[in-house]
Every structure is written in C-alpha cells, then in structure tokens.
Design a protein around this ligand. Sequence first.
Ligand code: NAD
Length: 351
Amino acid sequence: MRQINVGIIGTGWCGGIRAEACSTSPWVKELHIAEIKPERLKEVAAKTKPVTATLDYRELIANKNIEAIMISATPETTHYPMAKEALQAGKQVFLEKPIALELSEADDLIDIARQKSLIFTIGYSQRFNPKFAYVKRSIDEGTIGEPCSALVSRHITRNLGKKIGGRIKLSPAAMEATHDIDFVLWCFAPRKPIRVYCQEVHKIMKGEYNVPDCAWIVVTLDDGSAFTIGAGWVLPPGYPNFSSTWIEMVGTEGAIMVDDTHRDVALNTLKSGIQFPISTMPGEKVQHVYAGPMEAETLHFLECVALGKQPLVTAEHARMVMQVYQAADLSAEQGRPVELVTEQVPAGAAR
Ligand SMILES: NC(=O)c1ccc[n+]([C@@H]2O[C@H](COP(=O)([O-])OP(=O)(O)OC[C@H]3O[C@@H](n4cnc5c(N)ncnc54)[C@H](O)[C@@H]3O)[C@@H](O)[C@H]2O)c1
C-alpha cells in the first residue's frame, strides 16, 4: 500500500476534522499542519500528533516530502493564493469551497493543475452524505427515470451566518446554496445551466453584517428542466452548527424525497432545552465513529492521491457551480433573470 505525506493549512473547524481523519488513516505516512492561531495549533497537534506543526503555511509548501495539501483556511480570500502556491510547488490539492472569489482565479488554478497534471479538487462534502449519494445512484441506475425538476432547501443557524458574514461578504448563494447547486448539477449532468433567477431577503443580518438572510434561486437547464435551491443562515440555534436540509428530486419514472432535517435524534436537558445532535453539515466524531460526510470525503482525497485517481469533484464542475451562484448574486442585485453562457465542461465533470 502506497502511503503519502499530507499537509493541512488552517486547522479550524473543518481543518481540524481533516487533520483527525488524516492522523488515523492508513493512507497517511506523515501529517503536517499549519495554523496561525498558536492555541488552536497546539490543540490540534495534541490530538493528531503531526510530524511538524507550524504557524507558517509556507513551510508546508516548501517541504519537498509533502505530496498533498488540504487547504481549510479562512477568510476565503486565502483560498486562491494558497492553492496557487501549492499547485505551483507541485502539490496535489484539496481546497475547501469556494474554489476562488473570481472566475479568472478559478481558471488560473485549473490551468496550473492541468499543466502540471496535478489533482485539484474542491470540498463539496455533501456528495459524501449517504442520503445524497442515494439520490445520485437512483438517477444513475434509472430508478426514477430522467430527472425533471428538483428542490433543495438548506438552512443553518444564525451563529454560522454571523461567523461567515463576519469574515467575508459572500452571499448564502455562494456559501450555502453552492453545495446544493453542485449536487443538483451533478445529478442532472451532462445538462448545463442556462438561466438563473434569484431573490434575497434582507431583514435580520442586514444591520450588523450586511449580508442577506437567505436566497431563493431558480436555475433553468439547457433541456428545459429546472431546479430551485433555498439557502439561509438565520435559524435560531438548535445545536452548535445545526443544519437542516430537505430534498425533492422528481424524475420521469419516480421521485425521491430526502429528509436531512436532523430531527431524528433529540436531546432534551434542563440546561439547554431541546437540541438536535450530530446535525452539522461536515459532521462530527461520535466516540469511535464519524457521523457526517467530511471524514469520508477526506479519505477519498487521500485514496485518490495514493492511487493516482481523479476525485469525485472536478475543479471544472466547481467552476460551473461558481458561474451559477455568481449569476444568482447578479440576479438578486438587478431583479431580473441572468442568462448564462457555459463553456463545454470536460467529461470528468459529469462523473
Ligand atoms: N464542506 C463543508 O461542510 C464546510 C463547512 C464549513 C466550512 N466549509 C468551508 O471550509 C473553509 C473553512 O471553514 P471553517 O469553518 O473550518 O473556518 P474556521 O475559521 O473555523 O477555520 C479556518 C482556520 O484557518 C486559519 N488560518 C487563517 N489564515 C491562515 C494561514 N495563513 N495559515 C494557516 N492557517 C490560517 C484560521 O486561524 C482558522 O483556524 C471555509 O472556506 C468554508 O467555506 C465547508
């Protein structure tokens, strides 16, 4: 079995999960971590026992022994420069969404990865949620026929809305709906989005954070099929990082309704009232098992690097997702549908 040396940049919430997954994976020989908060670096290092733990991510980029880098830093302005440096140094790269802030930056990263024949994949972790994978399989195997329309409604708590809105002015379309745009376009591939209409609501987050509360998006595809994504971040807390999702996927021969609203495990205490544990989007460790998609996604990347395989999420697909959420932002701003011209997406993107 070929083992690899992996570096993780930014060991906050997601990077911490990725570091823990790497530290126990048989694919990993050496783990290296970089984090600018000394306390957090110490905390994650104590849990994951990396070979090196540094405050300067450039030490990981310069380390010739490191083959793969996972970038989980915030704010999102760090994504493009860090990914560019890592790719230029010849590393296989996993980058949390968003791929970049501008399409031109995404194109630059995709070009470098292609020129150097490197793996470059984006963290669309919901593809590793078994319920989502079931929907995809039901389409691929023809169980519900050809998909015709879909709805995904995803809502997270205002604690998360404030965390994101406090660090960067990206919309719920770019930061939340992005997962569901990725997922539905994956299900509907090889169809391409041609038109996007979006309305935002500005009532709760406007004053303090100047970001929308939610976005409702309608996307039309090139064969006339359509889907709707609703994404918001103003729910009251139900659990730290609570997330609630509902999916309707309707096909020519059937339909699938997926309840991922996380009301199935309810904890009720005198101290905190009712809470819905294990309901975060990336998931969390529960004793000896992991509940959620992020551990499986991390292991998938490690396996792809070790075996030289293309990961499930291509950067070209992530670019198409970016086109859709940028069009949604423009549509909300201008109050009109926005027409899209999507380039031919390489076959890998339809996987
Ligand atoms: N797939 C999912 O389910 C999911 C969920 C949440 C967040 N995300 C994405 O993952 C990314 C990380 O989100 P998070 O919630 O873990 O953020 P976070 O703020 O909890 O963690 C980011 C960490 O990066 C560190 N950092 C910043 N600059 C750095 C630098 N120069 N060098 C090293 N470390 C640096 C910060 O100190 C922080 O600890 C975001 O971009 C977000 O879009 C994905």
